[in-house]
Design a protein around this ligand. Structure first.
Ligand code: FAD
Length: 211
């Protein structure tokens, strides 16, 4: 059994300058004010749209998408896939047979948030993971298919998922999933991605995001 930390990364997104220029151009179409485009106007325009009172004008940012790659546990991805305005592709426990050499003939699990701070709980959790692995491999060795043997696996099993959304939906996902009401492991995961996106597009995703 391998124990790893979860990760979140931007998989694909256009260059920030391209995104900002496109969004300004397309937003200005609404006002037919394209002649005002110049150095620094994109930032001002997009900031004004997103802070417009009484209602922000967020739909123009739907025209650009970002794809992210998460390496996390299945518990987290159960929550993530509840977001309907997104596309997903996920590692399959039906088709992956973790007894094969390419998986190191062992399962990989994600260390739960904060558990290492409590040695006894951490040891108990590791035993539970080892039990799950043993039962899974026993079933496989008895001739069961991975899609059935997976029932013995754990919700902390490592999984990879690709998630694509437009930038407006990412704003919504970050708002919900970095809030203090979200699972601490989810806050950590989405916070990791948020920091990367914020470094590239601070006008849309301001640093030190406040939900
Ligand atoms: C802290 C937290 C706790 C949660 N606890 C639970 C729980 O205990 N049990 C549980 O089942 N779920 C729970 N959820 C999941 C939650 O109920 C939502 O399913 C999930 O957050 C997806 O977000 P969303 O509903 O905003 O929709 P998304 O799918 O992200 O869609 C974005 C927006 O599009 C609109 N939209 C999408 N589909 C529709 C539709 N069919 N009709 C109308 N408008 C639509 C809405 O405005 C929505 O906000 C929890 C989520 C969070 C963040």
């Amino acid at each position: 059994m391998i124990i790893i930390q979860q990760q979140a990364n931007i998989e694909r997104m256009h260059e920030p300058a391209v995104i900002m220029a496109d969004l300004e151009k397309w937003a200005r179409l609404a006002y037919k004010s394209e002649e005002k485009i110049g150095p620094g106007t994109a930032e001002k325009m997009i900031r004004n749209l997103l802070t417009k009172k009484p209602i922000p004008h967020e739909s123009p940012i739907e025209h650009h998408v970002m794809t992210a790659r998460f390496i996390t546990c299945r518990g987290m991805t159960h929550e993530m896939v509840r977001h309907r305005l997104a596309s997903y592709t996920q590692e399959s426990t039906r088709y992956c047979n973790y007894s094969k050499g390419k998986f190191g003939s062992q399962i990989t699990v994600i260390e739960p948030h904060g558990i290492k701070n409590h040695q006894f709980r951490y040891n108990e959790w590791k035993e539970a993971m080892a039990d799950a692995e043993r039962h899974y491999f026993n079933l496989i060795n008895m001739g069961e298919k991975p899609q059935i043997a997976r029932g013995a696996l754990t919700i902390d099993l490592k999984t990879e998922i690709i998630m694509t959304c437009n930038l407006r939906q990412w704003m919504h996902v970050f708002r919900l999933r970095t809030d203090s009401a979200a699972h601490p492991q989810m806050q950590e995961l989405m916070g990791m991605l948020y920091d990367q996106v914020s470094a590239k597009l601070p006008v849309i995703f301001p640093p030190k995001y406040i939900a």
